[in-house]
Ligand binder design. Structure first.
Ligand SMILES: Nc1ncnc2c1ncn2[C@@H]1O[C@H](COP(=O)(O)OP(=O)(O)O)[C@@H](O)[C@H]1O
Ligand SMILES: [Mg+2]
Length: 254
């Protein structure tokens, strides 16, 4: 059996008097790419916060690399919807910012060459001296990915990292993150509310319900990579997920 990188077992949670989780169960295997898919407000970001030890659940069991989140947070890095770069630091210094905050300035200096290699990995080898304002949205997100990898995590938690990008950039970034995942052999837990994104990227899709949230289904995607949305397996799964999603997303009121 593959070791579990993340165990999320029967997790219970209320926030501000509202019941958010009604026993949420999923796991992520070592080096697996798992997408958490669910309607807005169901608690996808919240689960990343619990895994990253930013929030404690009320019940259930959460383990990261076999340890409680309080002991395993150094093995985790985040990528958020907005890149959260420091505008006064150049790209290279932004990549090293996470290392500096976690391990100090000396360690950041020692990892400069590694940071340059990561910039190459994300396709920004000639941009190290640029400032965030000089970059496109997609390039900024590449910097955020390099910054996450610079702390040498075993697990990368990604919270709708491409949802603010235009559709073409978004498609390109999907292909990029797949390549980066394959080259670095990290475990990725990737939050999205986009069915196509989950289908293209995930080894398994964990589908969450509306609140109080449970896991409705876990769907393995076996189509060969890089995937095409025209792949018959993806077409079939998209129909199934579309149907499930229609029962979840609240109707838009006009
Ligand atoms: N600090 C908080 N206090 C009260 N409610 C919160 C807090 N943080 C999140 N929530 C609620 O928890 C639910 C899940 O939030 P979130 O994880 O951000 O959802 P998602 O990422 O799936 O859109 C939402 O209904 C939100 O309103
Ligand atoms: Mg969210």
């Amino acid at each position: 059996m593959t070791a579990a990188a993340i165990t999320f077992e029967n997790v219970e949670l209320s926030l501000g008097g509202e019941r958010i989780y009604d026993g949420v169960d999923f796991h992520v295997a070592d080096r697996e790419f798992v997408c958490l898919l669910g309607p807005s407000g169901c608690g996808k970001s919240t689960s990343l916060r619990i895994i990253g030890d930013l929030l404690a659940p009320e019940g259930g069991r959460v383990e990261v690399n076999g340890k409680p989140p309080a002991e395993s947070w150094p093995e985790i890095a985040f990528v958020f919807q907005s890149p959260r770069l420091a505008p006064w630091r150049n790209v290279l210094a932004n990549v090293l910012l996470g290392v500096e905050l976690r391990f100090g300035k000396g360690e950041a200096r020692a990892r400069t060459e590694k940071a340059r290699a990561l910039l190459q990995l994300v396709g920004l080898s000639t941009s190290g001296a640029k400032y965030p304002l000089m970059l496109s949205g997609g390039e900024r997100q590449r910097v955020a990915i390099a910054r996450a990898l610079a702390v040498d995590p075993s697990i990368v938690l990604m919270d709708e990292p491409f949802s603010a990008l235009d559709p073409n950039t978004r498609r390109r970034m999907r292909a990029e993150i797949e390549r980066i995942w394959q080259e670095t052999r990290k475990t990725i837990l990737f939050v999205t509310h986009d069915i196509e994104e989950a289908l293209v990227l995930a080894d398994r899709i964990v589908l969450m319900s509306n609140k109080p949230t449970k896991v409705l289904d876990t769907i393995a995607v076996t189509a060969p990579r890089p995937r095409s949305l025209a792949d018959p397996e993806l077409v079939r799964l998209r129909d199934r997920l579309d149907a499930l999603f229609r029962t979840l997303e609240p109707e838009e009121t006009t």
